[in-house]
Design a protein around this ligand. Structure first.
Ligand code: AMP
Length: 145
């Protein structure tokens, strides 16, 4: 499947962007449809379509740059009392652009942004069962550490 998306064009400079940060591995720019003013996207230059395709070291770099941007947002003229990170991996998770990207979303009271979720209250045995299943998957996949 073609790994190139609009984000590859932004990296190449052939599509417009409002760039905020660039280094040899990662760039960050303004989201064109911000959920709050100052909404940023941090992306690797290498076009990984999903977390499974993303070099874990680059995943760490996305988070590091996200941390710096969160601090910068708080220092900037953007209204920012808090910050949410959000990453959609897969269609079901809401991913629309198939080039891994970390959303960095500045928050203010009453800004209307939020995840719709209904928390449940499972039994400890159910939590333990799933924890065991996930531990098993970690042990079977040495690539996950
Ligand atoms: P996601 O649903 O997590 O895949 O998010 C994709 C994000 O990319 C959305 O928030 C879009 O508004 C944003 N987006 C799509 N095209 C562009 C673009 N050309 N420049 C900046 N942001 C974009």
């Amino acid at each position: 499947m073609n790994p190139y998306t609009i984000f590859s064009e932004i990296i190449a400079g052939t599509a417009p962007s409002s760039m905020v940060y660039e280094d040899p591995e990662v760039v960050a720019f303004m989201d064109i449809r911000p959920v709050t003013p100052g909404h940023l996207l941090v992306i690797p230059r290498v076009p990984a379509r999903s977390l499974a395709e993303l070099d874990p070291a680059l995943g760490g770099k996305l988070f590091q740059v996200g941390q710096r941007l969160a601090a910068a947002l708080r220092e900037s003229e953007v209204n920012c009392d808090g910050v949410n990170f959000f990453l959609a991996d897969g269609v079901t998770a809401g991913q629309e652009v198939f080039h891994v990207h970390l959303h960095v979303i500045p928050r203010t009271p009453g800004d209307g942004f939020g995840l719709r979720a209904r928390a449940t209250s499972p039994q400890r045995a159910d939590l333990d069962y799933l924890a065991g299943s996930i531990r098993g998957a970690l042990q079977r996949n040495p690539g996950i550490s």
